[in-house]
Write a protein that binds this ligand. Structure first.
Ligand code: NAP
Length: 287
């Protein structure tokens, strides 16, 4: 742990961090993170595919970035980093969901989700860390999900992206110990954002649509998913949790969300077998 980074909770984050870079700052969690950082006196560079969707603020710099193009995303990050004179915080937040049965969805769809959300996020982590390590200071925040621990049915690749990101962050915590750079593996539960509306529903192969049982299972899962998304806290709640984690100034895994999802569920899960966990999860989704 970097002792000098520990500050009292009343101190503004700008005392520790001058500049931040956030992917996917137009809506949802990313926007809430940007608003929180601006309120904390931090200068923010935020991205969206269409910069018109980004906020207008004196201390906010809009960047048009499509995470699907890793090479372009990396150069945009480097250009912003140079303009900022280095980022003290980098938040890999941009992401989307895909709802579909793994075997019945064109593999290209899954490949794209892995490439955008895992590979290209890892690429931006790699690039951001180089600058932070050279300056011996910084916080890399990867927005993972509780779905990496408690997988959601019909979102197999999303779950695996998030499990992969969390594993990456955890490994980096060992590697970066004592360097002045910290890693936050941020795992939100459900938050009311545009995620559900932006969720992709790729066409399912006819085999599945002919299979009434599977179609019903998918429909029930979707119903439960929508219900969950509408009964959850606003993104500002997650931003508050991230603020506290940044203020503590040490590498950490942070579960954030409704008390049951973020605290009780993971605690109880330690005491039951994986098979029982799966059965509970299946029952929850009406499978
Ligand atoms: N909401 C939840 O319940 C929840 C739970 C756990 C984890 N998360 C994670 O939190 C992160 C933010 O999600 P959210 O819920 O805030 O969703 P959201 O409201 O849909 O916001 C997603 C953000 O990502 C950007 N984005 C999406 N695809 C992109 C692409 N190909 N290239 C560049 N930017 C892209 C969007 O920007 P534009 O569309 O404007 O380009 C938008 O700013 C995601 O990683 C998500 O997996 C969310």
């Amino acid at each position: 742990m970097h002792g000098a980074m520990v500050h009292s909770m009343s101190t503004l984050l700008s005392a520790q961090y001058r500049n931040a870079f956030i992917t996917g700052a137009s809506t949802g969690l990313g926007r809430a993170f940007a608003e929180m950082l601006l309120a904390q006196g931090v200068e923010v560079w935020g991205t969206a595919r269409d910069p018109a969707r980004l906020m207008k603020h004196e201390h906010f710099h809009a960047v048009a970035l499509e995470l699907g193009d890793g090479v372009a995303a990396e150069s945009l990050f480097l250009a912003a980093e140079q303009a900022a004179g280095g980022f003290d915080i980098a938040i890999n937040n941009a992401g989307f969901g895909v709802f579909g049965a793994f075997a019945h969805t064109d593999f290209v769809v899954w490949e794209e989700q892995w490439r955008i959300m895992l590979m290209n996020t890892a690429l931006l982590s790699h690039t951001a860390l180089k600058g932070m390590l050279a300056r011996k200071h910084g916080a890399l925040v990867n927005i993972s999900s509780l779905a990496g621990e408690f997988g959601m049915p019909y979102q197999a690749v999303y779950n695996s992206v998030k499990a992969g990101l969390s594993a990456l962050s955890e490994s980096l915590m060992y590697e970066l110990h004592g360097t002045g750079v910290i890693i936050i593996d941020f795992r939100p539960g459900d938050y009311l954002t545009e995620l559900e509306g932006a969720l992709r529903h790729p066409p399912q192969a006819t085999m599945l649509s002919d299979d009434a049982v599977n179609t019903q299972r998918m429909a029930r899962t979707w119903e439960m998913f929508v219900k969950m998304m509408h009964a959850c806290p606003p993104p500002a709640h997650a931003a508050e949790r991230l603020r506290n984690a940044l203020q503590r100034g040490r590498s950490a895994t942070v579960r954030s969300g409704m008390f049951f999802q973020a605290v009780i569920g993971p605690f109880l899960a330690r005491f039951v077998s994986l098979a029982l966990r799966r059965r509970i999860q299946e029952k929850y989704f009406g499978l």
